[in-house]
Design a protein around this ligand. Structure first.
Ligand code: F6P
Length: 320
């Protein structure tokens, strides 16, 4: 394979830039040309791309966001959009495509592979960690660390005022950000889309912790359940402790990637290009039990994300 395309798609995630760098540098190492497609599939449909050189990816390993910019492109789910995307690839003689993104972005890649035979490789880039085939997605670690930073600060003021803090983190369908941020911040309670919450049980846990000498409580709620304000309204009706809402929002999507995310980016990007170089497409790369793996893209997108109940129980046992 002589010429490949590269795009980032869906919600951006810290580490996307580091992955772009790894893809470009690995491709150049193997004597391949890389075309950077701007604004995800929208850019592919509109034909917005340029050839990337060694120095095109200088000074980005440490930056959040994505140099190639990104978009959520519904047109890519239509036959017309896909045909247009394929014709852009053909026009530029692009033989394989690397897609950095989440579930929706992989579905676009799957269509190109399945319907048009374009070899594609998916790199999991989303803060949500909602892909079952990989233990971690790019950006998740940094996002959780950003949440931790904020929750640490909240704990200071909540303890001073003996309050309860309800902190909303991202995750429409997947509670992993809430779960990991909850466990590692010492939150007493997490509320996630995967488990129906019981307000009586929450109040009981809060009261028990106060009886045990606790001066504040942190509840981390995933956005998919409801907003922090709505939850505070419900909780304030059944507790006399003062409750405050904080929504972390898009802050958790930005910032310099952590070591863990930069390392994943280097390995994922490198692996993706090695696969294409060997003429292998229709795969996604990931990490399982600390090993970089690749698997069939169609199989990967069909897997349903499982919630880690064991971690949830751990939180319940140690946060009191
Ligand atoms: O998919 C990543 C994500 O950050 C989700 O956690 C969140 O629900 C969504 O994107 C927000 O999307 P947008 O930036 O388009 O509002």
């Amino acid at each position: 394979m002589k010429r490949i395309g590269l795009l980032t798609s869906g919600g951006d995630a810290p580490g996307m830039n580091a992955a772009i760098r790894a893809v470009v540098r690995t491709a150049i190492y193997y004597g391949m040309e890389v075309y950077g497609i701007e604004r995800g599939y929208a850019g592919l449909i509109e034909d917005t791309m340029y050839e990337m050189q060694m120095r095109s990816v200088s000074d980005i390993v440490q930056r959040g966001g994505t140099k190639l910019r990104t978009a959520r492109c519904l047109e890519m789910l239509t036959a017309d959009g896909q045909k247009q995307a394929v014709s852009t690839l053909e026009k530029h003689g692009i033989e394989g495509l690397v897609v950095i993104g989440g579930d929706g972005s992989f579905r676009g890649a799957k269509c190109l592979t399945e319907n048009y035979g374009i070899p594609t490789i998916g790199i999991p880039g989303t803060i949500d960690n909602d892909l079952e085939y990989t233990d971690y997605t790019l950006g998740f670690d940094t996002a959780v660390n950003t949440c931790l930073d904020i929750i640490n600060k909240l704990r200071d003021t909540m303890t001073s005022h003996e309050r309860i803090s309800v902190v909303e983190v991202m995750g429409r369908h997947c509670g992993d950000i809430a779960l990991y941020a909850g466990i590692t911040s010492g939150a007493e309670i997490i509320v996630v889309p995967e488990i129906a919450y019981d307000m009586e049980d929450i109040v009981m846990r809060i009261n028990r912790s106060r009886a045990n000498g606790k001066r504040s409580n942190i509840i981390v709620i995933a956005e998919g359940v409801m907003g922090a304000d709505a939850f505070v309204k419900q909780l304030q009706e059944v507790t006399t402790y003062s409750v405050r809402a904080t929504t972390i929002g898009h802050i958790q999507r930005g910032g310099s990637p952590s070591m863990a995310d930069r390392m994943l980016a280097a390995q994922f990007g490198n692996k993706a290009v090695r696969l294409l170089k060997d003429g292998i497409g229709n795969r996604v790369v990931g990490i399982r039990k600390n090993e970089i793996i690749d698997m069939d893209i169609i199989e990967a997108v069909s897997m349903k994300k499982k919630f880690n109940y064991e971690l949830y129980e751990t939180l319940q046992m140690i946060s009191m």
